[in-house]
Design a protein around this ligand. Structure first.
Ligand code: GTP
Ligand code: MG
Length: 336
């Protein structure tokens, strides 16, 4: 916990892990500037308590964006005083994107409707926004109930966090967390097009890519109540998330994206070449076709690596230009 709090005090940027200390300047956030955003799909067992929990904490602007629940979710949410909207498309990602467009206040606290997150952590989640951060991730691993995450989900989460660190170069500790606080302004700067459970991954990657000031705070995470059912398919959704993580590397870390394919080409071409050489030296048998395939794979591999290096240079230059542009815009605004 302590460690998390310390790390949460630093600003993580998306341009190669540069860490800058935040200033002590604060702008108090009042609860009516915050919208609690809850995407739901068949959460009748828990949605009432979740909404009540936020009311008790003083947050009365609650928007529930529903994905066409077949239970009482929408009725319960309406009765407890939340504003209920029905998403026009499908999936949690589409629901969140649509709801943020609808929100009129500057700050959003997004949370699942399944009662696994604690409304009492709301203030802790929002506090970094008052210090100038634009996106806050609640780290569930800081204080997790023993039965809150199945072994397979826990393993998948750790694997995905590690892959994110390696590919995207930032440590957000728990990128799949559903508890997020962010400014509407920063959300609008991200290019999001994820529909389903890849929304959290996309949020993390886009924050790195656009240099959004992001931080992590420790939160508690409990098990879903017994009567409530998950919408997540660990294997299918886990696979989709890993594919998304990799494909999002194309514009964020092209050296990894093209380089890994290139290395794969070189390695498989090299292995075939070794086999051909061994057969020729040992038995005097030639494999012309295999030799051709191997040469093609090695050549293609090298080309992909070179392409990765070039794309990486382009991305670095683009980041540099964007940073300068942001600096000029800031200076112009300060001069006004
Ligand atoms: N609007 C909308 N909400 C959804 C949809 N799918 C899931 N949700 C909600 O998104 C939140 C997260 O979904 P969960 O099923 O809890 O997924 P999870 O937290 O990764 O999985 P668990 O470990 O089972 O809690 C919940 O509040 C769901 O009700 C959807 O298609 N549309
Ligand atoms: Mg959940």
């Amino acid at each position: 916990m302590e460690d998390d709090a310390v790390r949460a005090g630093s600003r993580l940027r998306g341009d190669g892990g540069e860490v800058v200390a935040m200033t002590d300047e604060r702008r108090e956030i009042s609860s009516d500037e915050v919208c609690i955003l809850i995407p739901t799909l068949d959460e009748a067992a828990t949605i009432g308590d979740v909404i009540d929990g936020f009311y008790e904490e003083g947050y009365t602007n609650v928007v529930v964006v529903d994905g066409g629940s077949e239970d009482e979710t929408r009725d319960i949410a309406g009765e407890r005083g939340a504003e209920v909207i029905v998403q026009s498309g499908e999936g949690k990602g589409q629901a969140v994107r649509e709801a943020v467009e609808y929100i009129q206040v500057p700050y959003v606290l997004m949370v699942d409707g399944d009662g696994t997150y604690d409304p009492a952590d709301a203030e802790r989640m929002l506090e970094p926004l008052s210090r100038g951060y634009e996106h806050v991730i609640g780290n569930r691993f800081a204080d997790m109930d023993d039965d809150a995450m199945k072994a397979l989900n826990g393993f998948g989460n750790r694997l995905i966090n590690r892959a994110f660190r390696t590919i995207h170069g930032a440590d957000f500790e728990d990128i799949l967390s559903g508890y997020r606080a962010f400014t509407v302004d920063s959300f609008e700067r991200l290019s999001l097009d994820s529909d389903g459970f890849t929304i959290e991954t996309e949020l993390a990657v886009e924050c790195v890519k656009h240099g959004i000031d992001t931080t992590v705070v420790p939160i508690s995470y409990s098990a879903r109540p017994e009567e409530s059912e998950t919408n997540l398919h660990p294997v299918r959704d886990g696979g989709t998330i890993i594919v998304a993580l990799y494909s999002l590397a194309k514009t964020n870390n092209p050296l990894f994206y093209f380089g890994s394919l290139g290395v794969l080409g070189i390695a498989s071409g090299g292995a075939i070449a070794c086999y051909v050489l061994w057969r020729w030296l040992q038995y005097g048998v030639g494999h012309e076709i295999l030799a051709l395939v191997s040469a093609a794979a090695i050549l293609l591999g090298f080309q992909l690596v070179m392409f990765g290096v070039l794309s990486d240079m382009l991305v670095s230059l683009h980041r540099e230009q964007r940073r300068r542009l942001e600096q000029i815009t800031r200076e112009a605004r300060d001069d006004e």
